[in-house]
Design a protein around this ligand. Structure first.
Ligand SMILES: [Zn+2]
Length: 1148
């Protein structure tokens, strides 16, 4: 077939789709008259008007959909033209064309191949021997030499940066630290910096700073502003906390940064320019991406593997431009200073010799509580000793300076919770000033030394670099997994306290849903009442306060001792309580926003928190409890169920609720049409089904960001299909109690053949002994072995050997041991029309794999869930391992903060624990035929120790401290849930290259989105006693597949503290995606080949009054100039693949 004809066919095809969809929409409109209550003539008029309004709304949606189709058509034409020009395409039917041609967005995404310039950390890892030789005084380094004349031309320019590292919770709670230490540090700072304008200080944790600010009077606040203006006090990073960079998701990382930056803008009118991350246990480029986007240009990092530090020191690359792996431009670059030595304390910052540097920590002057472990104490600086002391210190400075390309030198002066007492300030500042004065009086020493901030340091550095035309090298990659000494790898904290790592993500998704729904509600209200008015009874201010508290609780938990699971037990409870209360509060925001939006007659809205109109379908009873579904009591009256889809995609979801009858059905409340449903048992014990509650699961079609209603009613017995069960235990058939469900045993030959489940997209086989997965088959015939195994790791034995703890993973030499059992697990196979699953009940965990019988792409992944309880164990860690025949070699891929993928290489030269990496939301293995992706709803440690294997650490119980200051083990384990999607995709062989940049496929992105942002289920009373409701459909169609609505966050009213403003932060993340696995069937969302996106069309029919691009933390001085703000449609914005774009928007 000629190309011309293909084109005609293609164009024709798209038109047909357009026409069919219009026809379909018209048909839908006719069938969806809302149920009317025609009691009074007045009511009738109102409702007729409402019906007309609804019809107009639908027409609007329809037109917008049509626009989308036209743009699709345009893209297809463009695409076809391109392929003709490049001589590609030209296959002989349109289906083949689609198969051969990657989706249009792919080309854009594939342009993001990494450059080969600069340093790739992966290659550094290949290169280094990791042999840990003794380096002398700088134990992990080498001897540094200098002649002495190196600074004759360009004197050494030293900036001594005083800091105090304040953990917002670790050994003490946030409040306790504030009471005991932090407030005194900040109070003294005001006095002591005020005494001498040469003194400086940096501060980073806005959580503490804002609390202190609310405690001080106006006079002191004015003093703070003066210090900031004079450059004596610099607010660095400006995040709510110094965030963990391994377990934290980029939503939360950005949110805590925004919370801090917004606070700084409102109260101090400053924007940070330097980042400071001296304590997070490893560093991620996702963080630098966000910092750069928030307007920072420089950062300091510290906890990097000692061997990597040494290598960077030898190469003099400790200062570099950190570039995103996927970025071929310098747009995302940030200047990074890596501290060379072991720690950020004084002994490890002045130079290579800690025994010398410790003598210059004047807080350790003899008689104090802290001393120098190297047994040489500091001396106060006097006229007699100043020369000798100054030269001793200068020698360290000079040695350290040799590790850098410029003669500008950064030395820090501080430690954890320093400068609490006023005499500590005097000791440090007065003694150093004497040394600096001595240097000033001796120009032959060629050093200019002074107190400085990071801004001072980096300004001088950039000045000197540009004067000498020195450029810094480019570095790509990340700094995981951190080791501080020997084989002490910090891979334990990737899993420690997994219960709270999961709760963190529950709060995150609840917060995002509440932010979006609240912002949409206020916009709808303003449109409805006009004149910027809100519903009189709607508690907008209270809800905004709840949102603010929720943001701050999530933000606090991103601290590097919080989400990491490395705080003391009472502190963990304090964090847990904050997360728990935040979730409860945000649920109130969701409930009353949904209430107002759904009401047909808005005058019926009233707010009564003691008797909410809507309630969640589950209850969380305590900070350490898992959610429990509340059984819905059914009568002859239908019960109303409200579903909120927090994603920007039309999705088909299976919703499960618990009801009090085995005969219940579900219907769409608007159309009255029953929907496909299944009744399943609620299992009280592995073989005992409840006789009082039953699980009702149904398939819901949920438009993007919509609120839709369903009716749940009692139905005649047998009208809703019931799940059928096979319950089995190898060689020991169990007695099963179930009145309402058909339960059969496995008999005869079937008892020894594999268990199998299938849907349209996938067939799986599981072991009849354990119920655990063995292989997968795709409809194409591709079969892959994927065995699920469970294993234990122990820790090292021997009384004087280091053992695993909250931070460290130090497994025993025997490695992982297969989970063994004396009694085989009880296996329950469920088969039904909505889902089928296999559950294996072991002593320490219950493991379930579930297939959904859904037609679209939602049916393509296998859901895996675990319920783990290892409280009976000691010094053990439980892992789930997938053993596949994917020939992945030693390469696998893990995500960084859910933002990007990073290639990993399992290296034999490293100990086992070094080959574990953080997995925030996904990991995959691939060969030339297929890719196996594990998407997860919580952060965990992941490894691929042998080709084809992928394992995640589920929980750890460790009896001892691992000597990193915590002073306790990890023994507060709980019943802990974990949830995954497993996706097997075929790869078009020719597309697989050795590129180190790989992305998730589009299908994996969509699957991950639905895994992390589950529909929110709310219940109301009986339908007949309720006012009339109508669904809320804010978007006429899904966003393009690769564009994620990261947030729609109402900003605070600048004129009225604590009140919501009309401005919202619109955050869009355009994902990079891989095209070697094409989604089949295609998802319902569209792509665009263009970076330019029409935002009016994208968000239609949401009316945007104006829109202005801004920095990622929405600081006003990062806004586009007013002239560039787009007042009129069409608002075209450039959205680049991989990038997050932030806009300040006013919704009409
Ligand atoms: Zn810390």
């Amino acid at each position: 077939m000629k190309r011309g004809r293909v084109l005609v066919l293609l164009v024709g095809g798209v038109f047909c789709v357009a026409l069919m969809s219009i026809y379909h929409m018209l048909e839908l409109m006719q069938g969806t008259e809302p149920p009317c209550n025609r009691d009074t003539p007045e009511g009738k008029v109102v409702e007729d008007l409402t019906v007309i309004q609804q019809k107009i709304d639908r027409l609007e949606h329809l037109l917008s959909d049509n626009n989308r189709l036209v743009s699709m058509l345009r893209d297809s034409l463009f695409q076809h033209k391109q392929s003709q020009e490049s001589g590609r395409g030209g296959t002989n039917n349109s289906n083949a064309l689609r198969q051969a041609e990657p989706p249009p967005g792919c080309r854009l995404a594939e342009d993001l191949k990494d450059g080969d310039d600069g340093v790739q950390l992966l290659n550094v890892y290949d290169l280094l021997p990791f042999d840990n030789p003794d380096g002398g005084v700088w134990k992990q380094g080498f001897e540094i030499t200098y002649r002495g004349d190196e600074w004759a031309e360009q004197p050494l320019e030293l900036f001594l940066v005083p800091h105090s590292h304040n953990d917002p919770g670790w050994l003490k709670t946030f409040d306790r630290y504030y009471q005991d230490q932090t407030q005194h540090i900040l109070n003294n700072m005001l006095v002591k910096l005020g005494e001498d304008s040469r003194r400086k200080m940096i501060w980073s944790e806005i959580s503490f700073f804002s609390k202190w600010w609310s405690d001080i009077d106006e006079q002191k606040r004015a003093m703070v502003k003066r210090l900031v203006e004079a450059g004596q006090l610099e607010l660095v990073t400006g995040g709510w906390v110094m965030a963990d960079e391994a377990n934290s998701h980029y939503y939360a990382l950005l949110d805590q940064l925004m919370e801090g930056h917004q606070w700084l803008q409102t109260h101090l009118g400053v924007k940070p320019s330097s980042g400071w991350a001296v304590d997070p246990f490893g560093h991620s480029p996702s963080m630098t991406y966000l910092l750069k986007g928030a307007g920072l240009s420089n950062i300091v990092i510290q906890r990097v593997h000692y061997t990597v530090k040494k290598h960077f020191a030898q190469q003099r690359t400790l200062e570099f431009l950190w570039r995103q792996t996927w970025d071929s431009s310098s747009r995302s670059d940030i200047t990074c200073h890596m501290m060379p030595f072991y720690s950020y304390d004084v002994p490890h910052t002045c130079g290579p010799n800690p025994a010398v540097c410790c003598q210059f920590d004047f807080h350790r002057l003899s008689g104090g509580r802290v001393f120098c472990p190297w047994k040489i104490s500091p001396q106060p600086i006097t006229e007699e000793n100043v020369k000798e002391r100054a030269l001793l210190l200068l020698d360290q400075y000079r040695q350290k300076s040799r590790l850098f390309r410029s003669p500008v030198l950064l030395v820090t002066l501080g430690d954890d919770f320093r400068y609490v007492e006023s005499n500590e300030w005097d000791a440090q500042f007065n003694n150093y000033q004497k040394l600096f004065d001595y240097f000033d009086q001796h120009p032959e020493l060629h050093i200019k030394a002074r107190f400085g901030t990071l801004a001072d340091y980096f300004a001088a550095l950039h000045r000197r670099l540009s004067a000498t035309e020195t450029s810094l090298p480019t570095v790509r990659g990340d700094f995981f997994t951190y080791a501080d000494r020997d084989d002490h790898y910090w891979s334990g904290y990737f899993t420690s306290r997994p219960f709270y790592k999961r709760l963190d993500r529950t709060l995150e998704s609840t917060l995002r849903a509440a932010e979006i729904l609240f912002s949409l509600t206020l916009a709808e209200m303003r449109r409805f009442y006009g004149n910027n008015k809100l519903a009189p009874e709607f508690p907008a201010r209270e809800h905004f306060l709840r949102l603010t508290t929720g943001r701050r609780s999530l933000a606090l938990f991103q601290h590097h001792d919080a989400v990491t699971g490395t705080a003391r037990d009472p502190v963990v409870i304090d964090y847990g309580t904050r997360l728990f209360h935040a979730i409860l509060n945000l649920r109130q925001v969701l409930q009353s926003s949904a209430h107002w939006l759904l009401l047909m007659d808005k005058s019926q809205y009233h707010h009564d928190q003691s008797k909410p109109f809507l309630q969640m379908d589950d209850v969380i009873s305590a900070q350490d409890a898992l959610p429990q579904k509340t059984p819905l009591m059914l009568s002859d009256e239908p019960r109303l169920l409200i579903l909120f889809n927090p994603t920007e995609q039309l999705r088909t979801s299976v919703i499960s609720i618990v009801v009090d009858s085995p005969d219940a059905g579900v219907a769409n409340a608007e159309t009255g049409q029953p929907v496909a449903a299944q009744m399943s048992a609620v299992w009280l014990e592995p073989s005992k089904a409840s006789t009082e509650s039953f699980q009702l699961s149904f398939i819901a079609e949920l438009p993007p960001l919509s609120l839709v209603a369903y009716h749940v009613t009692k139905v005649p017995a047998g009208s809703t299909p019931r799940a059928r069960y096979v319950v089995h235990r190898h060689n020991d058939p169990p007695a099963v109690r179930s009145e309402h469900f058909q339960v059969s045993p496995l008999q005869g030959s079937t008892a020894s053949s594999p268990l199998s489940l299938s849907n349209k997209h996938l067939q799986i086989w599981s072991s009849p002994e354990t119920g655990l997965l063995q292989k997968l088959r795709l409809p194409s015939g591709l079969v892959r072995r994927v065995q699920v195994q469970f294993l234990w790791y122990g820790t090292r034995t021997g009384s004087n050997r280091d053992k695993s703890g909250a931070y460290l993973f130090l497994p025993g030499e025997e490695g992982a041991q297969l989970y063994s059992f004396t009694k085989p697990p009880l296996i329950r196979v469920t088969r039904g029309p909505v889902f089928s699953e296999i559950t294996s009940c072991f002593q320490h965990f219950t493991h379930t794999v579930r297939l959904f019988h859904l037609n679209g792409h939602a049916g393509k992944s296998l859901e895996i869930s675990n319920m783990v309880d290892i409280r009976s164990e000691s010094n053990r860690e439980l892992v789930m391992r997938l053993v596949s025949d994917v020939s992945s070699g030693n390469r696998f891929y893990t995500d960084l903060n859910g933002f990007q993928m990073q290639q990993r290489r399992t290296l034999d030269k490293l100990p086992l624990q070094a080959n574990f990496y953080p997995m925030t939301s996904s990991a995959f293995l691939q060969d030339s035929r297929s890719r196996l992706t594990l998407l997860s709803a919580q952060s965990q440690a992941v490894a691929s120790l042998r080709p084809g294997e992928l394992e995640v650490v589920l929980d750890r119980r460790l009896q001892q401290d691992d000597n990193r200051g915590l002073g306790q083990g990890v023994t507060d384990n709980k019943l802990t849930a974990s949830l995954y999607h497993l996706l097997l995709e075929e790869i078009r062989a020719q597309e697989v290259g050795g590129a180190s940049v790989e992305h998730l496929s589009l299908l994996a992105h969509l699957s991950s989105l639905s895994l992390s942002h589950q529909p929110i289920v709310m219940v109301a009373g009986s339908a007949s006693q309720l006012p009339n409701l109508r669904p809320f459909l804010p978007l006429s169609s899904s966003l393009p597949c690769d564009i994620h609505l990261l947030n729609l966050r109402t900003l605070e009213e600048p004129q009225e503290a604590g009140s919501p403003s009309q401005e919202v932060a619109l955050l869009l993340h355009r994902k990079g995606f891989d095209c070697s696995a094409a989604p089949e069937p295609l998802p319902s969302c569209t792509w665009s080949v263009h970076e330019e996106v029409n935002l009016d069309d994208l968000l239609a029919p949401l009316p945007l009054r104006w829109i202005r691009r801004s920095g990622l933390t929405l600081l006003r001085d990062h806004d586009e100039p007013p002239a560039a703000s787009q007042q009129q449609a069409p608002r075209i914005a450039q959205l680049r693949p991989m990038e997050i774009s932030a806009f300040r928007v006013q919704l009409d």
